[in-house]
Ligand binder design. Sequence first.
Ligand SMILES: C[S@@+](CC[C@H](N)C(=O)[O-])C[C@H]1O[C@@H](n2cnc3c(N)ncnc32)[C@H](O)[C@@H]1O
Length: 212
Amino acid sequence: MARLRIEAIASFISFEDKVVDIGCDHAYLAIYLMQNEMCQKVLATDIHENALLQAKKNIRKVGLEKKIPTLLSDGFTNITEDVDTAVISGMGTSTILHIIRDTQPKGIKKYILQANNDLYLLRTSLEKLGYFLEQERIVYEKGHYYVIGLYTLSGKRLTLREKYFGKYDVKQISYYKDMHQNLSFIYKQIRFKEMKKKVKIYIQLQLLKKYL
Ligand SMILES: C[S@@+](CC[C@H](N)C(=O)[O-])C[C@H]1O[C@@H](n2cnc3c(N)ncnc32)[C@H](O)[C@@H]1O
């Protein structure tokens, strides 16, 4: 179990939240939240029957079957329960955006999102949908960085640097250094012919430098 990642996701949840974990897989997050009494309600859903069977088994093992309902659903499609906070984690940005844009969420005041790729697209798309990136936590676990974002309904706008690199946190300096190193490597590999791409990376490197 990815303990640090789950703890970081849970740290964005308040007791009054009515939570749905979309794509719960093993239901580790829902179990963690209920065992630690971190929210009043959590619904665990998944699109795949097998994942949900495993979730139910794990929930039963810890005796929480009365407290954690489960549901087979593509995103929000089959959800009729009253929920106001949605966690969508461990997926690609395109799947997360499909869930938020195409499966008709209702009454969600807060999203906690952890995408495995394209955070620029995630942050800017959420902004267009009216959700502003309030906070981010970065977790380094099993050789990977995981970026977990808290998005709330707001008319606020991100700066260009925030769109690319998120909410700066001085404690995560190694994350930005690592990213700078990767972008510098890519910059050197891009040939002169691909000038547009090179300029884009150059701008990102300049923006990122201000965090270092
Ligand atoms: C890699 S697992 C991540 C599990 C967990 N959320 C985590 O962060 O560890 C992705 C899960 O999302 C589920 N999933 C993918 N697309 C989905 C969708 N459209 N609606 C609901 N669940 C989905 C998959 O079946 C899988 O169990």
